[in-house]
Design a binder for this molecule. Structure first.
Ligand SMILES: Nc1ncnc2c1ncn2[C@@H]1O[C@H](COP(=O)(O)OP(=O)(O)O)[C@@H](O)[C@H]1O
Ligand SMILES: O=P(O)(O)O[C@H]1O[C@H](CO)[C@@H](O[C@H]2O[C@H](CO)[C@@H](O)[C@H](O)[C@H]2O)[C@H](O)[C@H]1O
Length: 444
C-alpha cells in the first residue's frame, strides 16, 4: 500500500504529498515551520467491511533545523470518495485517492468495531475497557467534531467520542493514564483506547469515552452568562450557583487523583525555580514580559520566603472553561493532556495549579464585553464567581483557598504569563486579556 514504510532515505509519493499537506492542518504544531521531510515509521492496517482500505499511520516530520515531531494520520484509500471530503484528500493515485480517514464515517465505524473486538494490527492494540458496552459492538458510523482542536475527535451516534491524538509523544498519554486511574470521578466514562509500541516505547493513539449527549461546555455557559448580565436579562446568579458545583467537581477529581496516584511535598523554592523557567520560555515568545520579569519572579518566590511546603500530586494541568462540560447530572472534566507543547519539568504540581487555571478562565469570560459600566458590573460578578468556585472546591476537598493565597497567586500569575505567550503566538488580538491580569496581580 501507499502507506507501507519505504526504505529509509527515499521519500515515497505519499510522503512527498504529506510535506505540503501537513502544515495546512489546524492540529499541526510545527509553529510556522515547514517540514522538509516526512517519513512513515509505522502503519497499522484497519479491518474494514466497506469498499475502502484504511490504516493508522505514524509519520516522523523533520525540519531543516534538525528538529523532528511524530504525528498520527488515520488514512483511507478509495476509488469512489465519500461526499464532502474537502481538504481531506492528500494524493491521487491510479488505484484510488488517499485521504484523511477521519472524514470517512464507514472507516471510523470500523475503528470503533476494532476497539470493541479487542483486535490487534501490527504493533497497535485496540483495547475495550473491562465491562464497557463497546465490547463486541457492531460498527457505528462516526462523524468528526466540527470544531478541530489540537487533536481530532470523532462522535459515534451521540454514544461515544474517540479522540485521535495528532502529535504523538512516546509514553502513555496522561489522558489515558489519568482516566484509567479515576474511573467513577467527575470525568466521562472511559470505554477503550488504541495503544501500542513505537521504537520500543509505549504510545497512545486514541481514547474512547462515553459521549456526554446534550452537554454544553463551560466557556459557552460563562460567556452567555456575561452577555445576559450586561444586557440586563438577569443578574448572573444562576451561573454563580453552577460554578459552586464546578468547584466541587474539580475538587472531586483532585481527591480521586490524590487517592489513586498519591501525593508528595515540594519545597516552595523548587516551585519558584520551575515557574521562573517557564517565564524564561514565555519571554522568548512575548519579549514585552521581560520588563516585568523581576517583579514576576518575586511573586513566585513569596511562598518560599514564607518557608512554605507545597503539597503536590497529579493534576489536570491545563484546566479552563473549555475543558469542562455541564451535563444533566453535573459537571465533567475533560482533556487531561496538560498544556499543548508543555515543557514543564515537573510531573506533579499543587492542585492549586488547576484552581488558578479556572480563575483565569473566569477572567477571560468576563473580558469578552467592555464599556465602563459593564466592567464595573462584571468585576462584582467575577468576585462572586471566584468566591462560589472556592466555596465548592473547599467543601469537597477541605482546602481553604484563602489560606493558600501566596501559592495560588503564584500559579495565577504563572498561568497569565503562559497565556501572554500563548496568545502572542496564536491570537495576538487576545493578548491584552492576560497582559492586564499580569499587571493587576503585580499591582495588587
Ligand atoms: N465525553 C464527551 N462528551 C461530549 N463532548 C466531549 C466529550 N469529550 C470532549 N468533548 C468535546 O470535544 C471537543 C474536543 O475535546 P478536547 O478533549 O478538548 O480535544 P483537543 O485535545 O483536541 O483539544 C471539546 O469541545 C469538548 O467539549
Ligand atoms: O484547549 P487547549 O488544551 O488547546 O488549550 C489552549 O488553548 C486555549 C484556548 O482555546 C487556551 O485557553 C485560554 O483561552 C480560553 C478562552 O478561549 C480561556 O478560557 C482560558 O482561560 C485561557 O487560558 C489555553 O491556555 C491553551 O493551553
Amino acid at each position: 500500500m501507499h502507506w507501507d514504510p519505504e526504505s529509509p532515505g527515499r521519500m515515497s509519493p505519499l510522503e512527498h504529498a504529506l510535506v505540503s499537506w501537513l502544515p495546512r492542518r489546524r492540529w499541526f504544531a510545527g509553529g510556522g515551520r515547514d517540514p522538509h521531510r516526512v517519513e512513515i515509521v509505522s502503519a497499522a492496517e484497519l479491518t474494514t467491511d466497506c469498499a475502502a482500505r484504511g490504516a493508522l499511520v505514524i509519520v516522523e516530520v523533520s525540519y531543516p533545523d534538525g528538529d523532528t515531531e511524530l504525528y498520527q494520520l488515520p488514512l483511507g484509500q478509495r476509488t469512489v470518495l465519500p461526499s464532502d471530503i474537502g481538504s481531506a484528500a492528500i494524493m491521487a493515485a491510479a488505484d484510488g485517492v488517499v485521504y484523511d480517514a477521519t472524514v470517512d464515517s464507514g472507516l471510523m465505524g470500523s475503528l470503533l468495531a476494532m476497539i470493541g473486538g479487542a483486535e490487534t494490527s501490527g504493533s497497535i492494540g485496540f483495547c475495550p475497557e473491562p465491562g464497557a458496552w463497546i465490547t463486541g459492538c457492531e460498527p457505528i458510523p462516526g462523524r468528526p467534531l466540527a470544531v478541530e482542536q489540537s487533536n481530532t475527535s470523532v462522535v459515534f451516534g451521540d454514544r461515544a467520542i474517540l479522540k485521535l491524538f495528532r502529535r504523538l509523544a512516546p509514553g502513555v498519554n496522561p489522558e489515558l493514564e489519568l482516566h484509567r486511574a479515576i474511573t467513577g470521578a467527575r470525568v466521562p466514562r472511559l470505554l477503550g483506547a488504541i495503544e501500542g509500541t513505537l521504537r520500543g516505547a509505549p504510545i497512545t493513539l486514541g481514547v474512547l469515552h462515553e459521549f456526554a449527549a446534550g452537554s454544553r461546555d463551560g466557556w459557552l455557559l460563562a460567556t452567555e452568562a456575561v452577555r445576559n448580565l450586561v444586557s440586563g436579562v438577569d443578574d448572573g446568579s444562576a451561573f454563580v450557583a453552577d460554578v459552586e458545583l464546578l468547584g466541587a467537581a474539580v475538587a472531586d477529581v483532585h481527591v480521586a487523583l490524590a487517592d489513586r496516584l498519591g501525593t508528595s511535598t515540594m519545597d516552595a523554592e523548587v516551585l519558584a525555580d520551575v515557574l521562573s523557567d517557564r517565564l524564561d520560555r514565555a519571554i522568548v515568545a512575548a519579549p514585552a514580559l521581560a520588563r516585568q520579569a523581576d517583579r514576576i519572579r518575586a511573586v513566585y518566590r513569596a511562598p518560599g520566603a514564607a518557608g512554605e511546603k507545597v503539597l503536590t500530586q497529579r493534576v489536570h494541568g491545563d484546566l479552563h472553561l473549555g475543558q469542562v462540560l455541564r451535563a444533566d447530572d453535573g459537571w465533567l472534566l475533560t482533556d487531561f493532556e496538560g498544556e499543548p507543547a508543555a515543557e514543564d519539568r515537573l510531573a506533579v504540581h499543587s492542585p492549586l495549579r488547576d484552581v488558578a487555571g479556572m480563575l483565569r478562565s473566569f477572567d477571560y469570560a468576563a473580558s469578552q464585553v467592555g464599556d465602563a459600566w459593564s466592567r464595573y458590573q462584571l468585576e462584582r460578578w467575577l468576585s462572586r464567581v471566584r468566591e462560589a468556585f472556592g466555596a465548592g472546591y473547599g467543601r469537597e476537598s477541605g482546602v481553604d483557598l484563602a489560606r493558600a493565597r501566596s501559592v495560588l497567586t503564584a500559579y495565577e500569575l504563572d498561568k497569565a504569563v503562559y497565556e501572554v505567550a500563548y496568545e502572542t503566538r496564536n491570537r495576538p488580538s487576545w493578548a491584552g486579556i492576560p497582559l492586564r491580569a499580569v499587571a493587576a496581580i503585580l499591582g495588587g
